[in-house]
Ligand binder design. Sequence first.
Ligand code: NAD
Length: 486
Amino acid sequence: MPELFIGGTWRSALDGRTREIRCPADGSLVGVVDEGGGKDTVEAVGAARRAFDEGPWPGTPAAERGDLLLRVADLMVRDKAELARAESLDTGKRLVESAYDVDDVINSFRHFGRLAANETGRVIDTGSPSVDSRVVHEPVGVCALITPWNYPLLQTAWKVAPALAAGNTFVLKPSELTPHTAIHLMRLLEEAGLPAGVANLVLGAGPEAGAPLADHPDVDLLSFTGGLRTGRRLMAAAAGTVKKVALELGGKNPNIVFADADFDTAVDMALTAVFLHSGQVCSAGARLLVEDPLHDRFVDEIVRRARRIRLGGPFDEGAQTGPLISEAHRAKVDAYVARGVAEGAVLRCGGARPEGLDDGFYYLPTVLDECDARMSVVQEESFGPVLTVERFTDETEAVRLANDTVYGLAGAVFTTDEAKARRVAARLRIGTVWINDYHPYVAQAEWGGFKQSGLGRELGPSGLAEYREAKHIYRNTDPSPQGWFA
Ligand code: NAD
């Protein structure tokens, strides 16, 4: 069955190209999908434009749009096992993690479904009895949604659900490496009764299928999740048409551990912070900052436990984490580790491929100690299972080091001193601060980055506001000539 979904019709790519999708865990063939290009994308934009300008969706009452999202959530509950399996095969991540992801996706759809139903607008009291002044929220228009491979369905849900809740139409371009759950989602939207042309799916590589979305005059909003370099390029390309731009980019997230932290909890969470999904998490706690007196004991324990982490494929129940997404990505991670060592970091464990898992793109959990803030492995996102360790001597130095990258997505502070935790949280220039925890998020709270980690917010009420325009309607209820130019 063809996999591009344009104007309510499933079809193949115009030039007939296809792409093999292989599981990163063992190289097995997962499927062959249509590989779209620029012409397909332009056609999809046209379909989304027509559906917005002429179709019923933007004018559908907000509560009805919300109902549709809730129906999609129910369909996902029905298809949860299938969705989780597809996500694991595309990404190589453990099935149990993909199942958590699908639960989060369902929560996102429910969150935005409920928010949509609560849309009210605002009445302004101008002080004049002959004025009816109100602010209403309208959809932005045609949205281009470009998503990455690490949490394919989740990142897609954070865009598709609010875009629909607000009454927009969209063209989705998921990562070319992990398309299957996006295809499934389109089928669910169709089944839930979304009008033709509202949701459009183009598959293919970024520079071919994705790039035309950024400068297309009929696209009103571009929402992108992916790497910093791609984000900068897309933002520049979008400038020519002054479209709205929302960016969720990378992170180089600090995990600050004070000497008074609960030792076992801090060790446990420092490991999860960086090695979950083999570090392919935008909010991964890849920079461990440890207070000097605790350093040796803490890092010894991290290294001891990192060495024991069991790697394996999605269906290996003994595995604790999985492979990297591709050979190219593994080579990039390895190069960062080598550069770190060349710059003076001490390799405490990892830094190599594991033995006996030769068919997948595995990389050993790696700890680089005695790092320095100026090293490229500390400053740049390796997006792999690589923990860098820096020491600090006091609270001020901890905050300075934590803020010392171009990124500002997320991070954590571990301490038993509540006042200190609050002081540090207030000074961190990041979008999410965890205190004595790492990684949890809730759909009702905003997610996004300070500094070069992005623009705008997903989730929370702001995640819906991104997809709306505010319109002020001022009505004179008792019109009569003013006589200004009489
Ligand atoms: P990427 O930038 O390579 O690709 C992301 C998407 O952009 C893909 O769909 C890709 O095909 C497309 N793309 C690439 N080049 C393009 C171009 N020239 N024009 C249009 N589209 C293009 O990123 P990735 O490697 O897929 O994902 C990993 C990155 O995503 C990491 O940096 C990670 O931190 C980031 N990320 C951020 C968040 C967040 O919430 N802030 C969440 C997940 C991932």
